[in-house]
Ligand binder design. Structure first.
Ligand SMILES: NC(=O)c1ccc[n+]([C@@H]2O[C@H](COP(=O)([O-])OP(=O)(O)OC[C@H]3O[C@@H](n4cnc5c(N)ncnc54)[C@H](OP(=O)(O)O)[C@@H]3O)[C@@H](O)[C@H]2O)c1
Length: 219
């Protein structure tokens, strides 16, 4: 049986999944750039719930130990249900510089891009495939690779929106973080609200964030 197509992101209370676009700013030579440092500080605040979690720490090889509770379960369950991911090129570009050599997906990842590039295989089971012919093709390949497991639309905002507006997302989860950005990459900027209806599935508050899950239906 085919799995679901879902996304799962951390979002600020005012609706942003990342600070302002960092195009041209991120590079190893510019670690001291104040703009980059401000971006990183905001990003850390947004993601503050996940860094202490045991599963996250183990998966990124950040060290033993960590918190175990609902936040940790959410991180682990999200990973375990995912048989393949689809992501946009801007998310990939940031990750290419930030992920450890053993990238944290451990499954095939299909990167939506106009750039032609050969597959990039990392140790630990992650291979990035670069897809140039549309979101449908990327999803077909991801479904095939995922088998019975689910396909995660990993991000970022532009890519998630394409899939939502095309009616291709079954379900999504948001970790609603207690931070305000004021500006940045808004999750639902440009959503086809006349088409998309939501059905609440779960709401689970923890000390750090509120985990919200919705099923997506066509209006
Ligand atoms: N808060 C969270 O949980 C979370 C999760 C994931 C990501 N993020 C953040 O999201 C941000 C990136 O999001 P974003 O909205 O700026 O960009 P994005 O969705 O990651 O990437 C957009 C780019 O992907 C390529 N692309 C997308 N659709 C395509 C298509 N149909 N055909 C060909 N290429 C296509 C294009 O790149 P080219 O034309 O250059 O090839 C496009 O400019 C990052 O800051 C990341 O950190 C946050």
């Amino acid at each position: 049986m085919a799995g679901k197509v879902f996304f799962s992101v951390s979002m600020s209370l005012d609706g942003f999944i990342a600070p302002e676009s960092l195009e041209g700013v991120v590079s190893p030579e510019r670690q001291d750039d104040p703009q980059l440092q401000r971006w990183a500080a905001q990003w850390m605040e947004l993601q503050q719930w996940i860094f202490p979690q045991r599963f996250f720490r183990e998966n990124l090889k950040l060290g033993e130990g960590g918190e175990e509770g609902r936040d940790n379960d959410v991180a682990r369950e999200t990973f375990e249900r995912t048989g393949a991911s689809v992501m946009g090129k801007r998310m990939f570009d940031l990750g290419e510089q930030a992920w450890p050599e053993e990238a944290p997906f451990h499954t095939p990842v299909f990167v939506m891009t106009h750039e032609k590039r050969d597959p990039w295989e990392r140790p630990g089971g992650t291979t990035f495939h670069f897809v140039n012919d549309g979101i449908g093709t990327a999803l077909d390949q991801a479904r095939e690779a995922a088998g019975d497991r689910d396909v995660r639309i990993a991000g970022g905002g532009a890519t998630i929106l394409e899939y939502v507006n095309a009616g291709l997302v079954d379900e999504f989860s948001i970790a609603l973080s207690p931070v305000l950005f004021g500006s940045g990459i808004r999750l639902f900027e440009g959503v086809d609200a006349g088409r998309v209806a939501l059905e609440p599935v779960r709401a689970q508050p923890t000390q750090r964030v509120t985990h919200l899950t919705y099923a997506v239906r066509e209006r």
